[in-house]
Design a protein around this ligand. Structure first.
Ligand SMILES: NC(=O)c1ccc[n+]([C@@H]2O[C@H](COP(=O)([O-])OP(=O)(O)OC[C@H]3O[C@@H](n4cnc5c(N)ncnc54)[C@H](OP(=O)(O)O)[C@@H]3O)[C@@H](O)[C@H]2O)c1
Length: 331
């Protein structure tokens, strides 16, 4: 496997999870971390035994020993941070939601393609064994013609207006934090919707705390999705065809548990457990792509990440939810 020298941009919660997961990937070497604060970079570097510890994201991007950078900052910063990496000639794996909006996604994708650099959205669950199994069941026609997709993904975060999840200036809200998962799930199965309808409840900070989503596709297929950051929800999903359905057990199949139901047959439990860390799968996909000389993942294509952002934009438009930088740009 191609040796990949990784850098990690930020020292937050998910950056730590990802750093730990790299230890289990052959050929992956965690070389550098960058933080806004020297002490954070030092502490993170110490904890995960990372040799290069940079006191700025710029210094990380310029590190000559790094090939690909994992961007794990709040949503509003993904675009600028990933752009910084690409402009410095580094590939980038960018946390979800890919960017703030579709305009940013399109611009980032154009830059990566122009510079012939690897770029992928870190939609980690797309690479997990249960999602592979779902795609197999669908492509083998076991469910019959696909008609409906449902998914509910929500949790009750603490009511902290400054938090990444609720602050408008950090692009908080359910749509960008967990809505991207359910919209991406529907996109993986049904493609790009031609009709998008949503109802959002905006909380006191002005971001959506929960949203219901109805997506329409050619031939009358549809998806009914919900997402929430201030309400516990069932965290489940159903993929429904004319001959049967598959149920993703809470939390959203991430435990590897599925049930296959087919008319007239006993339900079949399917176990597709995660081996090791769930975040290692997306990192392995980066290695696989680079091994094959691919600059984009066929499993999580950039055009699909762009499509997901377009759907999220349409939903935010209907909710009247615009982030501060979007309002500034309009003025
Ligand atoms: N894949 C998953 O399962 C998963 C789970 C959780 C989150 N995520 C995604 O990962 C990203 C980060 O989420 P997280 O939960 O890790 O967030 P977090 O714990 O708040 O960490 C975010 C990090 O971003 C950096 N940062 C830069 N500017 C910041 C600012 N103005 N305010 C706060 N932090 C700032 C900070 O690192 P420095 O101080 O070192 O610069 C901070 O530690 C988000 O896109 C989120 O949606 C993914």
């Amino acid at each position: 496997m191609t040796k990949i020298r990784w850098g990690i941009l930020s020292t937050g919660h998910i950056a730590g999870q990802f750093a730990a997961s790299l230890a289990h990937i052959p050929g992956a070497e965690l070389v550098a971390v960058g933080s806004r604060h020297a002490e954070s970079a030092q502490a993170f570097g110490e904890k995960y035994q990372i040799p290069h510890r940079h006191a700025s994201y710029e210094a990380l991007a310029q590190d000559k020993d790094v090939d690909v950078i994992y961007v794990a900052t709040p949503h509003n910063l993904h675009y600028a941070n990933a752009r910084l990496c690409l402009e410095a000639g580094k590939g980038a794996l960018v946390e979800k939601a890919f960017t703030l909006n579709a305009g940013q996604a399109a611009s980032l994708i154009a830059l990566a393609r122009e510079k012939r650099l690897f770029l992928m959205e870190a939609m980690w669950d797309r690479f997990l064994p249960h999602m592979v199994k779902v795609r197999e069941l669908v492509s083998q026609g076991i469910l019959g013609d696909l008609r409906l997709v449902t998914a509910n993904l929500g949790f009750r975060a603490e009511d902290n207006p400054q938090s990444r999840l609720l602050s408008p200036s950090l692009a908080g809200g359910a749509l960008l934090d967990v809505g991207c998962y359910v919209v991406s799930f529907a996109s993986m199965l049904l493609g790009q919707p031609d009709r998008v309808a949503g109802v959002s409840r905006l909380g006191r900070t002005g971001v959506d705390e929960d949203t219901s989503i109805l997506l329409g596709y050619p031939q009358g297929r549809s998806a009914a999705l919900t997402c929430a950051v201030r309400t516990n929800s069932p965290q489940d999903g159903y993929v429904i065809g004319v001959d049967g359905w598959v149920h993703l057990h809470p939390p959203f199949g991430w435990s590897g548990r599925l049930t296959l139901h087919r008319a007239g047959q006993p339900d079949q439990d399917i176990n597709a457990p995660i081996q090791g860390s769930g975040y290692a799968y997306e990192a392995r996909e980066v290695s696989r792509c680079l091994d094959l000389g691919l600059l984009e993942s066929p499993v999580m294509p950039l055009d699909e990440s762009l499509g997901v952002m377009r759907t999220l934009d349409a939903l935010r438009q209907q909710a009247g939810l615009h982030y501060p930088e979007e309002v500034e740009n309009e003025n």
